[in-house]
Design a protein around this ligand. Structure first.
Ligand SMILES: [Zn+2]
Length: 343
């Protein structure tokens, strides 16, 4: 059996520090395009790579930002993604809903956890999901069939709300990003029914273990080297995992100074990882099937894999990645500072 591979891209705008500081404004589509010297190094770069290697990806598009951005800058983005043959699915960050209120600054000060799904009342989540479904209808893109929560936060009420809204699948778990400590949601891999919704977790693997302690890593392009991604993919196929879900964001392909996109440069390390991943998947179609998440969920419904395998990475590769990342960050800081001085 080929292992399905879903590259998922959380596509969202940024509060950009506006909750904490009166002199800051949220940043809209520049966070998605990530232009450097007139060229899109975020979404544009991703679409180019996916197109070149014929890899259908899934873009989890945020919708609650419409409470702030009244001119709807995500609409043309969602339509472009669909026109290029990819899936758009629903991503929700509840924090944007506070912009419905004139006194949003006061509300944020009194209740800083605006973006939490954990502990949110089911009815409140249902309203957020319905807002997302309405946005997709307004944009003229297919209705969402997979949901991803902001910050990968989840609890029982979230799955119950998804079921009520008729959203059949979700990808809300990535244990190294968010761990609810509920054993029922300790999901590393596979496909799992929760409240009648099929959960397709972002893959979590173990990159090292010393003594009794293990370190978990959720599979992201920004957080894993190409060698690690390839190793985990090969090991997933070796144990016949039906599915591997990876996570990324458009803004991870540039290095930035500050919260917005004012000063940015290409992140060559991350771009190289994504390009190599796409080349690898394109050349390994005997073992891997790159596919959108809605398609994967529909195909795997009848044969869920609830083994919950925890794959092993490599401590050596993890160490090399940490060094590589530290060098990349330091060089980026230096180059951005120079860029700002000369601008
Ligand atoms: Zn997000």
């Amino acid at each position: 059996m080929r292992t399905r591979v879903c590259i998922s891209v959380d596509t969202e705008f940024s509060i950009a520090g506006a909750f904490g500081r009166a002199d800051r404004q949220p940043v809209g589509d520049p966070m998605v395009w990530c232009e450097v010297d007139g060229r899109s190094q975020g979404l544009g770069f991703l679409l180019e790579q996916f197109g070149k290697h014929d890899i259908p990806a899934t873009f989890f598009v945020e919708t609650v930002h419409r409470c702030h951005f009244r001119d709807d800058p995500m609409a043309p983005i969602a339509r472009l993604i669909v026109a290029q043959g990819h899936e758009v699915q629903l991503h929700t960050h509840p924090c944007w809903a506070v912009f419905r209120h004139e006194d949003w600054r006061e509300r944020v000060r009194q209740q800083p956890d605006q973006d939490d799904f954990v502990g949110r009342a089911e009815a409140d989540t249902v309203a957020l999901l319905r807002q997302g479904q309405a946005a997709f209808a307004d944009w003229g893109v297919p209705a969402p069939t997979v949901f991803r929560a902001g910050n990968l936060q989840h609890d029982d009420a979230l799955y119950a709300a998804l079921a009520r809204c008729g959203i059949p699948a979700s990808s809300c778990i990535g244990l190294a990003v968010f761990d609810s400590h509920d054993p029922g949601y300790r999901l590393y891999s596979g496909t799992h029914w929760r409240h009648g919704v099929l959960e397709l977790p972002v893959l979590t693997f173990q990159d090292w273990a010393v003594g009794g302690r293990q370190h978990l890593k959720t599979l992201t392009v920004a957080g894993s080297s190409f060698a690690e991604m390839r190793l985990v993919l090969e090991r997933a196929h070796a144990v016949q995992l039906p599915l591997v879900v990876l996570l990324t964001h458009p803004f991870e392909y540039v290095q930035r100074r500050g919260d917005g996109m004012g000063t940015a440069r290409v992140d060559a390390l991350h771009q190289d990882r994504l390009a190599r991943l796409c080349t690898f998947l394109d050349g390994a179609r005997d073992r891997f099937l790159p596919v959108g998440m809605g398609d994967a969920a529909a195909a795997l419904r009848a044969v869920p894999d609830e083994r919950n395998v925890l794959l092993q990475g490599s401590a050596w590769l993890g160490m090399r990645r940490l060094v590589e990342g530290a060098v990349n960050d330091r060089y980026g800081h230096w180059a951005l500072a120079r860029r700002q001085v000369s601008a």
